[in-house]
Design a protein. Structure first.
Length: 246
């Protein structure tokens, strides 16, 4: 389907960053975590144990456009999601992640809890009425491409920052998923399922990656990969649904 034309709203220019992803073993995770903890500052959102939970609800078309573009390695692609941190949806954001080759960028807009509930219930006129460029774009694609909430992605994150190069290093563990999107705002009530046992090591930076960071994340035989938590979780959901029907 074609997109529904909407009013032109000025958007701020996108700033793209480098994004490197690596799958590492639990043993490598422990080594890298200890090394990062000695060298860099922890993310300010971390709890007493140095971690926090990330909860995302990804949108996709009935034909799984975003999922298939990732699987087929399309160079330029985008994904919409709603995200909050921890076990309570007190601060929600609508986000659009844009990928171009090895570079990534993101647009975001604040959502109230009531708006998120309306969105999950299919009441989306507020997006158009908001005047926010990202919300209006989501409205257009929900109407024109039938974009809709599709898959919950949840994981535990340990994050570090290094100001030179605007570097952010994260270790994401316990990747889990759920297709019961109505429970997204009630994490204690969803039927979350494990999607991967590996740890995802991500390194994001601007123009250059300082040597100290490059050395800190080194592990034997580590290879950079085009890993997508959404794709892994969506695939797990497809397999689960297939087995349930069979």
């Amino acid at each position: 389907m074609t997109e529904i034309p909407v009013m032109m709203i000025e958007k701020t220019p996108l700033a793209f960053r480098h994004e490197l992803k690596h799958l590492i073993t639990p043993a490598e995770d422990r080594i890298v975590s200890e090394r990062l903890g000695r060298l860099f500052q922890r993310d300010s959102h971390a709890g007493p144990d140095g971690t926090y939970w990330v909860n995302s609800l990804y949108f996709d078309t009935p034909e799984d456009k975003a999922f298939l573009q990732k699987i087929h390695g399309v160079n330029e692609r985008e994904k919409f999601r709603i995200r909050y941190y921890g076990d309570a949806p007190e601060f929600l954001r609508l986000e659009k992640k844009i990928k171009k080759g090895g570079l990534c960028s993101k647009r975001s807009a604040r959502l109230t809890y009531e708006q998120a509930v309306s969105l999950l219930n299919g009441h989306i006129n507020f997006l158009l009425e908001s005047g926010d460029a990202l919300m209006v774009e989501l409205y257009s694609k929900m109407r024109g491409e039938l974009l809709s909430p599709r898959t919950i992605v949840r994981y535990e994150r340990e994050a570090y920052i290094f100001k030179p190069g605007n570097v952010r290093v994260t270790l994401d563990r316990k990747l889990s998923t759920d297709i019961s999107c109505g429970t997204f705002l009630k994490p204690r009530h969803n039927t979350i399922k494990p999607a991967s046992e590996s740890t995802v090591l991500e390194v994001k930076y601007d123009a250059f990656l300082p040597d100290i960071v490059r050395m800190a994340v080194q592990t034997p035989d580590r290879k950079t990969g085009a890993y997508s938590k959404y794709a892994v979780c969506r695939n797990a959901d497809v397999v689960f649904e297939y087995r349930k029907k069979g």
